[in-house]
Design a binder for this molecule. Structure first.
Ligand code: G3P
Length: 216
């Protein structure tokens, strides 16, 4: 399973990339706004921090402007994946950009039928939003399982990118359900590392080493 980090915070991305923990990055307009920096500048910087795909989302809602924004984003760096919302115009723009060999991440997916349409439109990634479904008492994980079954039934190559991940358990369940990628906020990614028994065990080892005067 690939891990993308879901942030526009270049400091976090640098640290996590240096630890070899990430295979790419996803951003959205809210995350870019939070960075307080110009769109193209921050995407260009992120693209240099990872060789993997960096999702950059259009803000247009109509086909023509979505395609021209997508082409503009793609020119920033070869590893940009253009992120498009799951609307009719978004799917049309997906087909156009995919035919130009541009990687496309179709986002804001909340149903298996939407995911089926994105695959037919040539998406590189489909982003089902797990957390936001959980928020409305719908099982986000069931959606990942359904999409996995449908894509396998028809051998679609679109990768399932589990998004809106809020907890380490979401990461585990996405992996069990067969998601190809999980995009994870930095705090959740760091949370995957921690275990109280690791901390307790390490403290005991270090105390024993100090008592015995062990030096390396
Ligand atoms: O990956 C999509 C993500 O940025 C949305 O997450 O927590 O706002 O639903 P959230």
């Amino acid at each position: 399973m690939k891990f993308f980090v879901d942030t526009a915070d270049t400091g976090e991305i640098k640290t996590l990339a240096e630890a070899g923990l990430i295979d790419g990055v996803t951003t959205n307009p809210s995350l870019i706004a939070k960075s307080g920096r110009p769109f193209a500048e921050v995407i260009a910087e992120i693209c240099e921090l990872t060789p993997g795909h960096v999702s950059a989302e259009v803000v247009a809602t109509e086909y023509d402007t979505m395609v021209s924004e997508g082409r503009k984003l793609q020119k920033i760096a070869p590893n940009v994946a253009v992120k498009l919302p799951l609307t009719l115009d978004g799917l049309r723009a997906c087909r156009t950009l995919a035919d130009e060999d541009t990687a496309v991440n179709v986002t804001l997916c909340f149903s298996a039928n939407q995911a089926l349409l994105a695959a037919k439109a040539g998406a590189t990634y489909i982003s089902p939003f797990i957390g936001r479904l959980d928020d409305i008492n719908v099982d986000g994980m069931e959606l990942i399982e359904d999409i996995r079954t449908i894509y396998d039934n028809y051998m679609f190559e679109t990768e399932i990118l589990a998004a809106s991940i809020r907890t380490p358990n979401h990461v585990k369940l996405s992996a069990l359900a067969g998601a190809d990628v999980a995009t994870v906020p930095p705090n959740v990614l760091r949370g995957l590392i921690n275990h109280p028994l690791t901390d307790k065990g390490l403290a005991a080892f270090l105390a024993d080493a100090e008592k015995a005067g062990v030096k390396v």
